[in-house]
Design a protein around this ligand. Structure first.
Ligand code: FAD
Length: 377
């Protein structure tokens, strides 16, 4: 494993840093966190700027190492994160790139990279979260369409999405992992109702989605009929293995800001707090090294990220929670004010141990697939 950068990679880093230095000051102010149409416009506008400057492909066409450099430099410069098109850029797009036909790649990847189309993820259902293969949303063939009925829940950004990566049951008689199909569903099709759900932090970032005989062309199926579980594993390996990686750099920045604030407000005198900050610093540095190792392995084998992503997701989500709990200590009673920096992040940090598979599920995966322990009942 070689974790050093080549001259070409260092040249890419320097060119990107220079472009960010001149471009970021021209960006409009960030919209209010709860105005989703404005957030969509802002996030996709930024994606368009990246695309026009030749950085669109970093999400999946470029080498994983260039992608890490991209994440480091954009975060260091304070550039916007992917935001509303998280699903399109970080897991639907990579899945289509890996599993789609040439026609599907041609149809969907360009619009995602240009910021023209936004995707959401319709995997979870009221009775199928951790046990995702228990999903019951049905799809049956009618000529060259699937007709889909059922419901999805916790669908992030459903209100502003153009497409949904949707899991449906196409063979109710097959064993539960074998009767599933992965479809790309247009969100403007007849029969779709989106009902926003408000979170503890006050934002309606996800929704319930009800599907009543929605017609989806058979041509929108990624992978074979009833082979959707295998395609889903590809999607989840991107979701757990690479989608959160950029945020580690952001957490390191927050950590440095916390230390500065603690020095200014006198909290730095507390040795317990200093120890926590030091331990978190070591943890985020280790997570970055783990990411480089995962990326280096995926690059060497030329495949999608492996189950090492579950180790990353598990540790990252807990380190993030500890980071914002420490922020509350630094803020003191200021942590009761939702308008202060870090307070909403603290409320939402709990959700990171649930989204993309709970910590208990990641531990099961690590135990069974990495450590080779017996499967639980
Ligand atoms: C912020 C956020 C955004 C999300 N966005 C999306 C999205 O865009 N699209 C989407 O499809 N889904 C989304 N989700 C849903 C998420 O994937 C599910 O919440 C998650 O998979 C857990 O499923 P559940 O909520 O049904 O909990 P359950 O599966 O009911 O689990 C309840 C508890 O039981 C534990 N548990 C269950 N089974 C086991 C087991 N075998 N061993 C040990 N413990 C177990 C769980 O770990 C958990 O603590 C999002 C969730 C959050 C929080």
């Amino acid at each position: 494993m070689d974790l050093s950068y080549t001259p070409a990679e260092e040249e890419f880093r320097a060119r990107l840093a220079k472009w960010l230095g001149t471009t970021l000051p021209t960006l409009p102010p960030k919209p209010s966190p709860d105005d989703w149409p404005a957030r969509r416009a802002y996030d996709t506008g930024w994606q368009r700027m990246l695309y026009d400057a030749g950085y669109g492909e970093v999400h999946w066409d470029a080498s994983p190492t260039l992608r890490l450099i991209f994440l480091e430099e954009t975060e260091k410069a304070g550039a916007p994160y992917v935001g509303a098109n998280f699903v399109g850029l970080l897991h639907a797009g990579p899945t289509i790139a890996a599993e789609g036909t040439p026609g599907q790649r041609e149809r969907w990847l360009g619009p995602i990279l240009r910021g023209d189309e936004v995707w959401c993820q319709g995997f979870s259902e009221p009775g199928a979260g951790s046990d995702l293969a228990a999903l019951r949303t049905r799809a049956w063939r009618d000529g060259d369409h699937y007709v889909v009925s059922g419901s999805k829940i916790w669908t992030s950004h459903a209100e502003v999405a153009d497409w949904c990566e949707l899991l449906v049951r196409t063979d109710p008689d097959a064993p539960k992992h074998r009767g599933i199909t992965w479809l790309a569903m247009p969100m403007d099709a007849d029969g779709i109702t989106v009902r926003p759900l408000r979170t503890l932090a006050g934002s309606a970032e996800f929704a319930e989605v009800f599907l009543d005989e929605v017609r989806v062309p058979v041509a929108n199926r990624v992978g074979a009929e009833n082979d959707g579980w295998r395609v889903t594993m590809v999607t989840l390996s991107f979701e757990r293995g690479t989608a959160f990686v950029g945020e580690v750099v952001a957490c390191r920045r927050v950590l440095a800001e916390l230390a500065r604030t603690a020095r200014d407000n006198g909290r730095w005198d507390d040795p317990g707090l200093r120890r926590r900050l030091g331990r978190l610093n070591a943890e985020f540095r280790a997570l970055w090294r783990l990411t480089q190792w995962n990326v280096s392995e995926a690059e060497a084998s030329g495949s999608v990220p492996g189950v090492g992503g579950s180790v990353f997701k598990l540790r990252y989500s807990h380190a993030r929670q500890e980071l914002y709990d420490t922020a509350a200590d630094v803020l003191g009673t200021g942590c009761l004010d939702l308008d202060r920096p870090w307070v909403a992040d603290r409320l939402s940090s709990l959700s990171y141990t649930i989204a993309a598979g709970t910590s208990q599920i990641q531990r099961n995966i690590v135990a069974e697939r990495i450590l080779g322990l017996p499967k639980g009942r």
